[in-house]
Design a protein around this ligand. Structure first.
Ligand SMILES: NC(=O)c1ccc[n+]([C@@H]2O[C@H](COP(=O)([O-])OP(=O)(O)OC[C@H]3O[C@@H](n4cnc5c(N)ncnc54)[C@H](O)[C@@H]3O)[C@@H](O)[C@H]2O)c1
Length: 460
């Protein structure tokens, strides 16, 4: 069989279908595991690489380590068929693979500086096993320049091979969101850039096996790296804008939801929804990847920085609303008991990394508040937040509390029986809506003091 760099797209598809193509996926988390399984579905042999023995052991037993809908049966299927195996040894996986996908985490560390240590580690390990004629595709989210300045450098240094001559190199960001990863990975158009033309074609042939939404070629790798950051910065800035407008609405006595819904009937207006904080893996970190590059280029991206600052301030604003609502009940923050409904970083998802709920809970506890949390996506055994009681049911969470904070717009919370909740809490009690889910009039009719982001303390 020719090397992947020499194949055309039909040969790549045929090799996969015959089980003759081997793909190493370095990093099998929220994005890497679904990607690996989609490739296993094409018939390819897939070697997953992870960082911990426990993770490898679970995956090799067919037990999913991420709660992405639809993942368990696919994982079991491909573990049983032998098409998907997981190891800690990236060098060995790379030495067997025609193509290597790097999908390891990228974070911000101290001082909000990008932390590319997993990318460096993965690249070095892949470099140890990299073979002539193989293709490396970086899919982690990174700042412009990282694939060529960091990944390429490490691969070449460790392997002694040359990108574009001995091996192919490409960058293609993952545009999927937790909770709908399979759909997004297959249906969204995929941004792709190659280090050279051959790399682009090989990567395009490979990704086309799973991507049905088409491949969008961009001129070079740094452009592809920037595209992913632009998408998330657009959302972060949009949310920061509506968060500021929400604060204005609170002061002006305007209902932010009514105003945004009406404004969005203008075809060029696409305002998002304000909220008590922006969580998740991407939005709180990705802007800093671009800001770091801009700093080196001496370009001022004030707006991007301001958006981060505004969004990071929303949990504190939420605490102000809780304080004001409790005061209206004749109670103080210190010594009160607050029930937080929802811990996921966004609605309908079982993922609580970088959750604004936990951030708010921790800050409230520092101020002498007792916290209970309930989230329908988690059992108490699956959650552990030091000092917080994780309630098994909604009713047990709100029983005897002074304030309910609605933190996540899960479907279950959109049809709350406010009259029942009013019987369970310690009246007078506050209902603080961090996601504009609850009708302020209905909350007041049920006997609550209501406050909401973009609505403020509704007293009349
Ligand atoms: N989670 C999202 O919603 C999302 C969406 C789009 C893009 N992304 C990007 O995708 C990339 C991966 O994110 P994720 O959410 O899948 O991460 P994750 O934390 O869920 O999973 C990380 C995986 O990488 C492995 N890993 C960590 N360090 C490693 C190393 N040095 N060598 C080999 N394996 C290593 C871990 O064992 C784990 O399997 C990141 O760059 C992220 O920004 C994430």
């Amino acid at each position: 069989m020719p090397k992947i760099m020499e194949m055309d797209s039909s040969q790549v598809a045929e090799a996969a279908a015959q089980g003759a193509l081997c793909i190493a996926v370095i990093g099998c988390g929220w994005m890497g595991l679904p990607t690996a399984l989609l490739f296993a579905e094409t018939g390819a042999k897939v070697i997953g690489v992870v960082k911990s023995e426990e993770e490898a052991s679970l995956l090799n037993q067919g037990i999913a380590t991420v709660a992405e809908p639809g993942i368990e049966p696919l994982l079991r299927k491909h573990v049983e068929s032998g098409r998907f195996k997981v190891t800690l040894d990236a060098a060995n996986a790379a030495s067997q693979a025609d193509a290597i996908l790097i999908i390891v985490p990228t974070h911000v560390g101290r001082g909000k500086k990008p932390d590319y240590s997993a990318i460096v580690d993965a690249s070095r390990n892949v470099g140890r096993g990299l073979m002539k004629g193989s293709l490396v595709i970086v899919e982690s989210t990174v700042g412009p320049g990282v694939t060529e300045e960091v990944v390429k450098f490490e691969l070449e240094e460790v392997s002694g091979l040359k990108a574009g001559v001995d091996f192919g190199l490409a960058y293609s960001p993952i545009r999927a969101s937790a909770g709908r990863v399979f759909r997004d990975l297959t249906s969204y158009p995929r941004i792709l850039a190659g280090f050279d033309e051959r790399s682009f074609h090989a990567a395009s042939s490979l990704l086309s096996l799973i991507v049905k939404g088409g491949i969008i070629k961009v001129k070079d790798i740094k452009t592809a790296e920037a595209v992913k950051l632009f998408e998330n910065i657009y959302r972060d800035v949009n949310i920061a804008l509506v968060n500021q407008l929400a604060l204005f609405c609170e002061a002006a006595g305007i209902d932010v939801v009514e105003a945004i819904n009406a404004a969005n009937t203008q075809p060029f207006c696409h305002l998002h929804r304000p909220g008590m904080g922006v969580g998740g893996h991407c939005l709180p970190s990705n802007p800093y990847f671009l800001l770091e590059k801009a700093r080196k280029l001496k370009v001022n991206l004030d707006l991007v920085r301001a958006a981060r600052r505004i969004n990071d301030s929303m949990p504190f604003h939420t605490i102000k609303l809780i304080t004001a609502a409790l005061r209206s009940c004749g109670k103080t923050l210190k010594g009160s008991h607050v029930a937080i409904l929802g811990v996921s970083f966004k609605e309908e998802v079982k993922e609580h990394r970088y959750s604004p709920s936990i951030y708010v809970a921790e800050r409230l506890m520092r101020r002498g508040v007792k916290i209970s949390i309930y989230d329908p996506f988690f059992t108490p055994e699956e959650l552990s937040v030091p000092g917080v009681r994780i309630a098994p049911t909604l009713e047990s969470c709100v029983e005897g509390v002074d304030c309910i904070l609605l933190a996540v717009a899960h479907e279950k919370f959109k049809s709350l029986d406010l009259n029942l909740l009013a019987k369970l809490v310690k009246m007078p009690a506050a209902l603080v809506d961090g996601r504009q889910v609850i009708d302020p009039i209905k909350a007041r009719e049920a006997g609550f003091v209501y406050a909401g982001i973009g609505r403020g303390l509704v007293v009349a």
